[in-house]
Design a protein around this ligand. Structure first.
Ligand code: KG4
Ligand code: ZN
Length: 331
């Protein structure tokens, strides 16, 4: 019975997993960052301190268990905000020490890659994993549990960041991704062609800062009235540019590595148009796409508990000397 803790960014999360069933998956998304239009690291750490005990208690309540039932603790070690990670790690270490149970540090990205397992237990490696969030835009080749190769990543902004920044330009509330997703449904994605953020040639890398700047310049040439009038069309056109390369590169990566499964995780994976486009492209190329439902796409502790459980089973327990690693590598 493993307790998973996740505090790498602005979600304070706890989950209970017994290797078979997910007994609790609780998360508090910190609201405080809304008024700043982005995550403020120092505030995030303070909020984690506020929420960590209540969220674990909530998880225990949902799972109907007590500390006596917990046999191990898994906690996100990185990548993420150092102050935020430290709150979860310090709490997890204290819990493991007091209960005399093993502790294991987990890579947050590895959690995202295996997150579909809760809903698709038949998912098997090898697969291509696309991790798209506020912090990451990465394309992975997963050969097996522990065998990861980074195929490509963004060279500047993440895709989530570009959604948030463009949403801000359109005077939509943070986080902007869900707002642009909803607004785009009423918009014409052919309204304007923005530059595609995939680099030319064979690379699997991305570059999202140019797209953001292109939207900014486009808006600067428009009147306020027109921006209001065509807001949904601008959102849809931006979204098309932002998502098309993700679909293209994931499918191309799967084909050139001869794998038939693609996994998508991270907050942006909740996007409705991405779902539609990904499934359409996958069907065309005989590929199966695994996209977890939003509670497993966005940051959660269930995925940390799951990876922690598997690592413990392989004998990978940590001692108390490990610490937060903001840029922890997976491969
Ligand atoms: O994985 P996540 O919850 O947190 C991290 O960044 O690690 O991802 C948050 C990001 C934000 O940039 C948010 O705007 C974006 O995911 N997002 C979306 C959608 N829902 C969340 N982007 C596009 N469409 C959505 N439906
Ligand atoms: Zn994440």
């Amino acid at each position: 019975m493993i307790l998973g803790i996740e505090t790498s960014c602005d979600e304070t999360a706890a989950a209970i997993y017994d290797g078979n069933r997910l007994l609790a998956n609780c998360v508090i998304t910190q609201d405080i960052h809304k008024k700043y239009g982005g995550v403020v690291p120092e505030l995030a750490s303070r909020e984690h301190i506020r929420y960590i005990v209540p969220i674990v208690e909530e998880a225990f309540g949902a799972a109907r268990i007590t500390w006596n039932d917990i046999t191990a603790v898994a906690v996100t070690r990185g990548p993420g905000l150092v102050g935020s990670l430290l709150v979860g790690i310090s709490y997890a270490k204290a819990a493991a020490f007091v209960c005399s149970i093993p502790i294991v540090g987990v890579n947050h990205i590895e959690g995202h890659l295996w997150s579909p397992l809760f809903e698709y237990p038949d998912l098997k490696a090898p697969f291509v994993g696309l991790i798209i969030s506020g912090g990451h835009t990465q394309l992975w080749l997963v050969r097996d549990f522990g065998g990861y190769q980074l195929l490509g990543q963004t060279l500047d902004d993440s895709v989530g960041e570009s959604f948030d920044k463009v949403a801000h330009m359109l005077e939509l509330e943070y986080p902007g991704g869900p707002k642009i997703d909803a607004l785009s449904r009423d918009g014409d994605s052919q309204f304007h062609t923005f530059p595609h953020p995939g680099l030319k040639g064979d690379t699997y890398n991305f570059s999202y800062s140019g797209l953001k700047t292109a939207v900014l310049y486009f808006l600067q040439k428009m009147s306020r009235e027109d921006i209001t009038r065509y807001k949904a069309d601008i959102a849809a056109s931006f979204q098309k540019a932002a998502l098309t390369v993700l679909v293209e590169k994931s499918i191309r990566a799967a084909q050139s590595h001869n794998v038939s499964n693609v996994v998508i995780g991270g907050g942006v994976a909740a996007n409705k148009t991405l779902h539609k486009e990904m499934h359409r492209a996958a069907q065309e190329h005989n590929i199966t796409v695994y996209m977890p439902s939003p509670r497993f796409c966005t940051d959660n502790a269930a995925m940390i508990a799951l990876v922690g459980y598997r690592r413990l089973r392989l004998g990978h327990k940590d001692d108390f000397s490990f610490s937060a690693d903001p840029s922890l590598k997976l491969a």
